[in-house]
Design a protein around this ligand. Structure first.
Ligand code: PLP
Length: 440
């Protein structure tokens, strides 16, 4: 098929995610990716783009990693799929063992799902059912942070604190207790509100959901490990589960295997996705012994829940290979080595015209743009702003594939990127920002 045929069919038949379809059909000009390798994706017209956002934060090990492709092909020739119902298989058993070995201490069981959102749904159900079976059915509410993003399904949307994603479903989603995020800089207020909520409503709360160290979709909003330590101790004190959503932060992105590691804490439940199987849709929810043991005592107390493709052998085999590569190619220490370069160059962008703020963490660098006409403080609407698109358009002209988060633009490159390539990427990023600001 020619490039133009692909786009024509896409415009005629496909309903695209996160897309204003009218505008797209009228004037959209997508990349048409034909192949990928390492840190690059290649358009059908031959143009090469550095994947500066790791394809929605999945390609941490780069595209077409030979070991992942080999594992996938080998597995596909032997066992591509079988129901995980009354069936065990080597791929799931070996993966679960490997996950528990590297997981924060105290997580002892892996429940497999097929993406990040469903890993969150599993955690929601585990928490509610656990408390019911421990004789505390009244503990069924969840605390979430302002600006949180935990996925697309209705349960995950209920936990979400990015208003534009939640608003269309406002009359359907379940009600959560929203506390201020420390990522807004107000640590004192964040601690106080969290303490107040747990003190006053702890008896009704099943768990607190948190994106550890960085709220990704809210605009790569970072905060200190201190908050996580305090959160852990408050959850323990009030007997509330701490549920860490490491779907984005897991697997080295922040400079440690898990973002929770930087605070030295273990959650009661931990949700995984994205880099988990990197090239295939798969996720998992890891649980502590305490959560798991609440489900003992008969079939009516079991977790009667499982997605059709859970523990898919292809995904499980690839996910195991991801863990091996991370270990053998020392991916996490590579991130730690490259983080200072990311931090220095991103910091330097703070003085650029049109830049309101910058921040970085591990292999994440973010820049908030000044948005003409935006009402300051109304961050809930940030996602709908347009300044970021001008930068990503300019980045595309410079051979870099990026996506904005409203008026925040960010880099989240594959973790295998070489120092020289990262330096080049940071240079193009700054040039794209300068060009976008100059155009206005
Ligand atoms: C922190 C976090 N949790 C959960 C999800 C949902 O993952 P998925 O898109 O695989 O359902 C995302 C997706 O971006 C995420 O960033």
């Amino acid at each position: 098929m020619s490039r133009s045929q692909i786009v024509a069919l896409d415009k005629q038949f496909v309903w695209r995610p996160y897309t204003d379809m009218d505008a797209y059909i009228a004037a959209g000009d997508p990349l048409v990716i034909d192949r990928a390798e390492g840190i690059f994706v290649y358009d059908k017209n031959g143009t090469r783009y550095l994947d500066g956002c790791s394809s929605w934060w999945t390609a941490s090990l780069g595209h077409q990693h030979p070991r992942l492709v080999k594992a996938l092909v080998e597995q596909a020739t032997r066992l591509a799929h079988v129901a995980f119902a009354g069936v065990a298989h080597e791929e799931a058993s070996a993966l679960a063992e490997a996950l528990i070995k590297v997981a924060p201490q105290g997580l002892t069981r892996a429940f497999f799902t097929d993406n990040g959102s469903t890993a969150i749904e599993v955690a929601i159900k585990m928490a509610i059912q656990m408390w019911r079976q421990l004789g505390h059915a009244e503990k069924h509410r969840f605390v979430t942070l302002d600006g949180a993003f935990h996925g697309e399904t209705l349960g995950a949307t209920s936990l979400g604190g990015v208003d534009v994603f939640r608003r269309p479903f406002g009359n359907v989603v379940f009600d959560c207790i929203v506390v201020p995020s420390p990522a807004n800089g107000g640590y004192e207020r964040a601690f106080q509100e969290l303490a107040r909520v747990l003190r006053e409503d702890g008896d009704a709360i099943a768990g607190v959901f948190v994106e550890p160290l960085v709220q990704g979709a809210a605009g790569m909003r970072t905060y200190s490990p201190e908050y996580l330590r305090e959160l852990r101790s408050m959850c323990t004190r009030h007997d509330v589960l701490l549920i860490a959503d490491e779907v984005f932060t897991g697997y080295g992105r922040t400079g440690t295997m898990w973002a929770c590691d930087q605070a030295g804490i273990s959650p009661d439940l931990m949700c995984l996705g994205k880099t988990f199987a990197s090239i295939l849709p798969m996720g998992a929810t890891l649980a502590s012994d305490r959560v798991f043991s609440a489900f003992a005592g008969g079939r009516d107390r079991a977790l009667l829940y499982g997605h059709t493709f859970c523990a898919n052998p292809l995904g499980a085999r690839v996910a195991l290979e991801v863990l091996k590569i991370i270990d053998e190619e020392r991916i996490v220490s590579r991130v730690a080595d490259l983080a200072p370069l990311m931090a220095t160059k991103i910091d330097a962008m703070a003085s650029m015209k049109g830049v309101a703020a910058t921040r970085s963490l591990g292999m994440i660098g973010a820049v908030d743009l000044v948005e003409e006409g935006a009402v300051s403080g109304d961050e809930r609407e940030s996602y709908l702003r347009t300044a970021g698109w001008k930068v990503t358009d300019e980045a595309r002209k410079r051979g870099v594939y990026l996506r904005p988060l409203g008026s925040t633009v960010y880099l989240c490159p594959p973790l295998i990127i070489a120092e020289r390539e990262l330096e080049g990427l940071l240079g193009e990023f700054a040039a794209a920002i300068a060009a976008a600001v100059a155009v206005g």
